[in-house]
Design a protein around this ligand. Structure first.
Ligand SMILES: Cc1cc2nc3c(=O)[nH]c(=O)nc-3n(C[C@H](O)[C@H](O)[C@H](O)COP(=O)(O)OP(=O)(O)OC[C@H]3O[C@@H](n4cnc5c(N)ncnc54)[C@H](O)[C@@H]3O)c2cc1C
Length: 381
């Protein structure tokens, strides 16, 4: 394994960092407090070509070869360092678009992917339900066949980009007796009669909502892959994206570390900068060490995926688990180093503290990551 980024990846990182500094940082604080879809920002990211990094050239993107986990993870880390609102838009463009890339036919790809590349539309990945969170196989949304259509009934909750997204990738059961083998993935467009959306509100603002389907008719041509492919599509997508949540956590922790170093140098108490006290120096040293350890786990997962050895669910879970828990600890220490300012509403560290919480829950809680890792350990010994 090569621990250095390739020159192309270094160039990509520098390009994203430049976009982030010039176009995102000046408005990151106010955008970070909005929880309705920021179309201006989506269009800007599309114009900068960032969404195109996720999709092949034949659908308007920039990918001339296979999908690259390193690209996804690098961009998530760089954006999260500066502007989480942009980072989340980028991430969900991938999370909702990837199932179409993975299992869609050419007609579906030509219809749904180019508007995602341009940032004119956004997707969802709609799996979670009120009764099925950590256990998505227990979902109860039904898609009953009726002539040339499916008729959907059920509710999805905590869905990023809902209710504004036009392209909803919805996981539903087409064969209830078959359990997870009876799950299918369908594209449900926002304006389909019978689909009602409602926003939800979270600790750190995040575009998120509920989708309810009441006799919602979807043409059979909107099925991704075959009936019964839903579980495979969802899990293959999550195996790739779970570790990318770890990359987001790296960006949050890096931002917290930099702010802490700057503040520790500038803030004077007892006649000296607080950075001169060993108690503060040890905090900074631990923050940097944990961050670097997490970075190795995340980019080792990316390397595994990009080199064709299928990324194991445990490797993806380790990266997500360690990096998101690490970000929680690092941001907490950043608050401590900032003293009262760290909890002052509107301070960047206070916002990071709220932003670092949900990643330990979505795409599988920390407990579920541990279950995945333990299952693989016990199977292989
Ligand atoms: C900001 C945000 C964005 C999200 N975006 C999306 C999205 O785009 N698409 C989507 O489909 N979902 C999304 N989700 C939903 C998310 O994936 C779920 O919230 C998550 O999987 C946990 O499900 P739950 O909330 O129902 O918690 P539960 O499953 O009810 O878990 C409650 C607690 O019990 C623990 N627990 C559950 N089962 C076990 C077990 N077997 N062993 C040990 N502990 C267990 C959990 O770890 C947790 O601590 C999002 C959530 C958030 C907060």
């Amino acid at each position: 394994m090569n621990f250095r980024l390739s020159p192309d990846d270094e160039a990509l990182k520098a390009r994203v960092a430049q976009v982030a500094e010039t176009r995102l940082r000046p408005r990151a604080q106010s955008w970070g407090e909005r929880d309705e879809l920021n179309w201006e920002l989506a269009k800007a990211l599309g114009d900068e070509g960032l969404f195109g990094l996720l999709f092949p050239t034949e659908y308007g993107g920039a990918l001339s070869g296979p999908f690259r986990a390193t690209t996804l993870y690098l961009v998530r880390e760089e954006l999260a360092r500066t502007c989480v609102a942009a980072e989340e838009l980028f991430a969900v463009q991938g999370l909702g678009g990837y199932p179409i890339l993975l299992a869609g036919n050419d007609i579906q790809k030509r219809c749904y992917l180019p508007p995602l590349v341009r940032g004119e539309q956004v997707p969802t990945f709609a799996l979670t339900e009120p009764g099925a969170g950590s256990d998505p196989a227990a979902l109860s949304t039904m898609a009953r066949r009726d002539g040339g259509d499916y008729v959907l009934n059920g509710t999805k909750c905590f869905i990023s980009n809902a209710p504004d997204a036009q392209t909803n990738v919805v996981f539903a059961s087409t064969e209830p007796q078959a359990g997870r083998r009876g799950l299918s993935a369908l594209i449900v467009e926002r304006d389909t009669p019978g689909l009602v959306g409602r926003p939800m509100h979270t600790l750190a603002p995040h575009v998120i909502g509920e989708l309810t389907f009441e006799d919602c008719r979807v043409p059979r041509s909107h099925l991704l892959g075959e009936e019964g492919d839903g579980w495979r599509i969802a899990m293959e997508t999550l195996d790739l994206f779970r570790a990318s949540v770890g990359a987001q956590a790296l960006g949050l922790a890096q931002a917290a570390l930099v702010l802490s170093i700057e503040y520790a140098r500038a803030r004077r108490q007892f006649g000296q900068p607080i950075a001169s006290y060993q108690a503060i120096q040890f905090k900074l040293a631990d923050m940097a060490t944990e961050l670097e350890a997490a970075r190795l786990l995340v980019y080792s997962a990316a390397w595994e995926w990009d080199h064709g050895s299928k990324l194991s669910p445990a490797a993806s879970s380790m990266a997500k688990l360690y990096a998101t828990e690490m970000a929680g600890r690092v941001v907490d220490q950043a608050v401590q180093i900032h003293g009262g300012l760290g909890v002052l509403r509107g301070h960047p560290v206070e916002r990071l503290y709220r932003e670092a919480r949900a990643p330990r829950i979505y795409e599988g809680t920390s407990e579920i990551q541990r279950l995945i890792i333990a299952r693989e350990l016990l199977r292989n010994l």
